[in-house]
Design a protein around this ligand. Structure first.
Ligand SMILES: C[S@@+](CC[C@H](N)C(=O)[O-])C[C@H]1O[C@@H](n2cnc3c(N)ncnc32)[C@H](O)[C@@H]1O
Length: 300
């Protein structure tokens, strides 16, 4: 893909914003609409494990690591990884709106020259040199990429690029929910029609294995993270939140749903609330504490 514009953003440090001619955004979510709500509930689930694994496999201390947050969104993971003491990070996302929020969040690290670059670019391309990073994060981003004829080609090509920009002992950390984990969450289990719409977007365990194989990667760690994880327990189990658009926006899982499907889901919750049965229903239909919702993969 040809670079058609390279613009320097000056904040007393060297940050480059690269714009590409045929920039492609998510295949199913419109982040322009949800950017304002994205951070209201979202948590960096698994970030400690990602950092721990990167330190372990590279045999480096956090302060000596250079990590790329690819598909960084509003920089929730970048923020958390910096808070744990990482020396340098780079950010890449296709959405300028999401990157603008990330920039605000990282003002202190930008001033301290700890952010090596912020790049607006569309994956699979990762416009950095070979062996630049010790770690690459790909959190909740690979299913947003074009999948070719059903073979997740966008994910495969992105992972090949991620491997290329890594040091030989560097690791790629991925968090995503599996297709089979989706209905572990009460808030998706309550609407099978919405869950069924989102399910095919997510690779299954077998499809992940194939994606890693085709990208030439070895999966070193594969583990479910117990709990819902993306929100605090308090927000996740609060059944009044499902009536807030910002709560739906923050999760992204409702993006493919129609207004009618959202309305039917809310009606079901309302009926259960009116009958005083909602807490019991959630207890009976939520499996996130037992089986988790997000899966963490560490690859090399
Ligand atoms: C669900 S958000 C995840 C953001 C962040 N990684 C997190 O976990 O909070 C998905 C992000 O992927 C970005 N994205 C979608 N398609 C992309 C592409 N082709 N190239 C780069 N980023 C993309 C979106 O702009 C969005 O910020």
């Amino acid at each position: 893909m040809a670079i058609n514009n390279l613009m320097r953003v000056s904040r007393s440090h060297n940050i480059f914003l690269k714009k590409f001619a045929h920039r492609q955004l998510s295949v199913f979510a419109d982040f322009k609409n949800i950017v304002g709500d994205y951070d209201k509930y979202r948590k960096p689930v698994g970030s400690e494990l990602m950092l721990g694994m990167t330190e372990f496999y590279t045999n480096k201390k956090a302060k000596d690591l250079h990590i790329l947050d690819a598909g960084c969104g509003t920089g929730i993971y970048t923020r958390s990884i910096f808070d744990m003491g990482v020396g340098q990070m780079a950010l890449l996302d296709a959405s300028s709106d999401m990157l603008n929020v990330a920039r605000e969040k990282l003002a202190a690290e930008l001033d301290a020259n700890k952010v090596s670059s912020i790049v607006q670019n569309s994956l699979p391309e990762i416009p950095f040199g070979d062996g630049t990073f010790d770690g690459v994060l790909l959190n909740a981003v690979l299913p947003h990429l074009p999948r070719g004829d059903g073979n997740f080609s966008g994910a495969v090509e992105t992972l090949k690029e991620a491997r290329r920009v890594l040091q030989p002992d560097g690791v790629i950390s991925i968090t995503e929910s599996l297709d089979s984990s989706l209905t572990n969450a009460w808030c998706l289990n309550i609407s099978p029609e919405i869950a069924n719409k989102f399910c095919p977007i997510l690779p299954s365990v077998e499809e992940w294995n194939k994606i890693f194989y085709e990208a030439g990667l070895k999966c070193l760690v594969r583990t479910n993270l117990l709990g819902f994880g993306l929100f605090s327990d308090e927000d996740y189990f609060d059944d009044t939140n499902i009536f807030k658009q910002e709560w739906l926006n923050s999760s992204v899982y409702y993006e493919p749903a129609t207004k009618e499907e959202i309305e039917r889901m809310r009606q079901k919750v309302k009926t259960l609330q009116t009958r005083g049965e909602i807490k019991e229903w959630i207890k009976d239909h939520d499996q996130t504490e037992k089986f988790g919702f997000m899966t963490l993969f560490i690859c090399q």
